[in-house]
Design a protein around this ligand. Structure first.
Ligand code: HEM
Length: 398
């Protein structure tokens, strides 16, 4: 049994085990079999080890410089949210599928940090990229691809394989065009976004004669695609879960709306309001726990030989840490299988943090977009519930 051929699904028994192991021994990156093929097919290297650490560090530092998790970003988020609400108003109370508008508005936030400015909503390049990304995530979550991720040697039989390869082709083509446009208009003294900062660093290293630099176009492409994918589907899907749960549990929606109305009234919500909205905060956390949108996390690779829960796992093995094992652990949660915001409230109704809340994973691979995502979820969720009441359409059985 070769170490790379098997994928080990890992359920954690305790939060401590998850925090320690995920952070360290399961700390490297590993593509799924199909992503590996996609990368190789495009001559792209899959960065892991030191290269990925450098890319991750550079992305985090620069995204923070461009406002991720800060006031400047809050304004961008509010702008996109207003756009979403304008779309909703046009429906005038009629049933609407929010998937697409949520995808576009959420995606434009990470786009403005990465490409340096938001896209216009009718820009065909933007809509094409978002649609392709949505299709990619949909395919990546299909049962056949999930089976292939666990049994990589079945990849030749996967009928969606071609579709995934074509989607990647399109995303790469559009991004190469954008990179070229940004390169042509680059002002090294005034970076507009993450890509500019990357290109400036690349230029600087070339001029200083550095060899073996990780600042290659390949690594730029992989990082931009990871940020674009990571920053779009996750938040949009979580918000859809949130609105669905509000429609299903209307008494909880009432409590949320009441708290918003008494604490902030009709003014624009700001991140600082979170501390005065403990019930809303608890509901958002519970949406993330219960929605469990990344139940199997993403593939990791072991950095050393390890005996885990009595089983030997060799260094370099692909492991799939099941975040569900912690988010639904009945030793941690009073009602793991129920939507129960009180999981995040103490006896006085104040917000309480829970160690087992691993929706963003943990350790050195933890989600680098957590601060942005938390801000997006809060501002979108509060603004939407401040202005709208969500109910299921009459034909929905929920
Ligand atoms: C509700 C929103 C989000 C959730 C629940 C979420 C969750 C996650 C999870 C569980 C992982 C896997 C971590 C691991 O492998 O241990 C991850 C990785 C990642 N996320 Fe997020 N994420 C969210 C939003 C975002 C946003 C807004 C960005 C954009 C900056 C982002 C960028 C990424 C990237 C680039 C990775 C890969 C990191 C790596 O391979 O080391 N995510 N996210």
């Amino acid at each position: 049994m070769g170490p790379k051929k098997w994928v080990v699904l890992v359920g954690y028994k305790t939060v401590k085990e998850a925090l320690v192991t995920n952070a360290d021994v399961f700390g490297d990156r590993q593509p799924t079999a199909l992503m590996d093929e996609v990368h190789k097919g495009h001559g792209l290297s899959w960065s892991n080890g030191e290269t990925w650490k450098e890319m991750r560090r550079f992305a985090l530092t620069n995204l923070r410089d461009f406002g991720m998790g800060k006031k400047a970003c809050e304004e961008k988020i509010s702008e996109e949210c207003k756009h979403l609400m304008d779309i909703l108003r046009q429906y005038n109370g009629k049933a609407v599928d929010l998937t697409e508008p949520l995808y576009y508005t959420v995606s434009n936030i990470i786009c403005s940090l990465v490409y340096g400015s938001p896209f216009k909503y009718d820009d065909p390049q933007f809509t094409k990229m978002v649609d392709k990304m949505k299709a990619r995530v949909h395919l990546a979550g299909s049962p056949s691809v999930a089976v292939c991720n666990m049994f990589p040697w079945t990849k030749g039989w996967i009928k969606d394989r071609e579709k995934l390869l074509n989607i990647f082709d399109d995303l790469k083509r559009e991004n190469l065009l954008l990179f070229r446009r940004l390169r042509e208009t680059l002002n090294p003294h005034m970076c507009r976004g993450f890509i500019d900062a990357f290109l400036v660093r690349q230029m600087y290293l070339e001029e200083s004669g550095g060899t073996d630099s990780p600042y290659t176009e390949d690594n730029l492409m992989s990082t931009v695609l990871a940020l674009f994918a990571g920053g779009t589907d996750t938040t949009a899907t979580t918000l859809r879960w949130g609105l669905l749960l509000m429609a299903k549990y209307s008494h909880i929606q009432d409590q949320v709306r009441e708290e918003i109305s008494s604490v902030i009234g009709s003014r624009q919500v700001q991140t600082e309001d979170r501390k005065n909205l403990p019930f809303v905060d608890a509901v958002i956390h519970e949406i993330q726990r219960f929605g469990n949108i990344a139940p199997m996390g993403i593939n990791h690779r072991t950095t050393q030989d390890i005996v885990f829960q009595g089983h030997f796992i060799k260094k370099g093995t692909t492991v799939c840490p099941l975040l569900t094992s912690v988010l639904y652990d009945d030793a941690e949660w009073e009602n793991p299988n129920t939507f129960y915001p009180a999981h995040f409230l103490d006896d006085q109704g104040k917000f309480r943090k829970r160690d087992a809340f691993l929706a963003f994973s943990a350790g050195r691979r933890t989600c680098p977009g957590e601060s942005l995502a938390r801000m997006e979820l809060f501002i979108f969720f509060v603004s939407l519930l401040q202005h709208f009441r969500f109910t299921a359409p009459p034909w929905c059985p929920c």
